[in-house]
Design a protein around this ligand. Sequence first.
Ligand code: FAD
Length: 410
Amino acid sequence: MKNGVVIVGSGHAGVQAAASLREEGYDGPVLLVGDETELPYHKPPLSKTFIKDAAAQPQPLRGEAFYTGHTIELRPGTLVERLDAGARRLELAGGGNLAYDHLILATGSRPRVLPLPGADLAGVLSLRSVADARLIRDQSAACEEVVVIGGGFIGLEIAATLAAGGRKVTVIEALDRLLGRAVAPLIAEHVRKRLEAVGIRILLKTTIDRIEGEGGHVSGVLTPSGEHLPAKMVITGIGVVPNVELAETAGLTIANGIRIDSAMRSSVPGILAIGDNASYRHWQTGGDVRLESVQNATDQAKLAARTIVGRPSDYTAVPWFWSDIGDMKLQMVGLTAGSDRQILSGDPAENRFSVFHFAVDRLTAIESVNRPADHMLGRKMLGLGFSPTPEQVAGGTDVLKAALAALPAE
Ligand code: FAD
């Protein structure tokens, strides 16, 4: 095994995979290749704090010494252009090849492009990388009005951050609610009201005819009703698409992401995929999922390392996610698919509450606003397969803690 492991993509999943290989005792070469030029960094702060703070720097996932100390070769600024799965070889942009024994594809995802006239004007931006965040930060300083297209997590985080920095922000969402696919209607409505209360204009059930420009730079958007919304910056946040092209052209099975099994193996021996780019059958719901979260990237990376060292184990982690939108810390644990009953705990008027989701009397997910204790309890309860009764949920955090403490030790 002289060529060792090559990891393509040095984001959350790729860096964790390199670290986990060493933790699992892998002593062959580990090469981490990424097209970004920065030392690998945390992505979540970009939309929450980075874009409003002129002095902010990217937060490294690991210090430089970590890579040298663990004999992990990091090659930033290196784009992998082609994968030859038969020859176990990667071709690099600008020439050069890399041979591998095991390959981990951790290529992440990229913002979906808005299919509209004007989407290519200067000042129409999206946010995935620190380079994108710098553009938004620098250009927004000179903008009075900003339009955000898409009322999902990233769009709303950016809207709240820019509004807090004094920009006049309008959010345009095609559906009849915010955070459409992701949270209970009660939470979506709560978020809408609070964002409107800080001056953000939210247009639901609204589409866009075109993005308008002057001299090659965006000047606003035009809605089908004929309303012109002036804006020197338009940010699109309409979801992401997985980066599967390397895998696809090499013949790996693709199904809304690179298809993997429960131990992170793709359809081609020797190639694993992890993070935003990978889809799999979920152990709990039996449905196919592709999750976009730091938790998923981290946990899948750990499993990929175990598979490579010959100790595979199944992916059974409980999914969780967080988002900071203005003064709301949203935390989600579990999956709401199939939920047929929701119980509210706490008071939305205090901006502190949770929605507990049940499916046929079993707890499946908890969504919290500024109630981190519920979230942490949820991770424990769902991890243990413990379902509280509706009465226990109504009793509040202390009653749930007591119910957990009363469980017999394993
Ligand atoms: P990434 O971290 O995107 O890493 C993939 C890397 O691979 C990138 O650097 C990419 O440039 C590189 N790459 C792709 N193709 C190639 C190639 N051919 N050659 C070389 N390199 C390549 N998640 C949460 O849980 N909570 C949050 O609050 C949250 N906030 C977020 C805020 C923002 C602004 C963004 C962008 C994401 C946020 N996420 C959040 C999502 C989370 O960051 C992702 O789920 C996570 O980064 C996925 O990790 P990954 O390694 O799969 O992908």
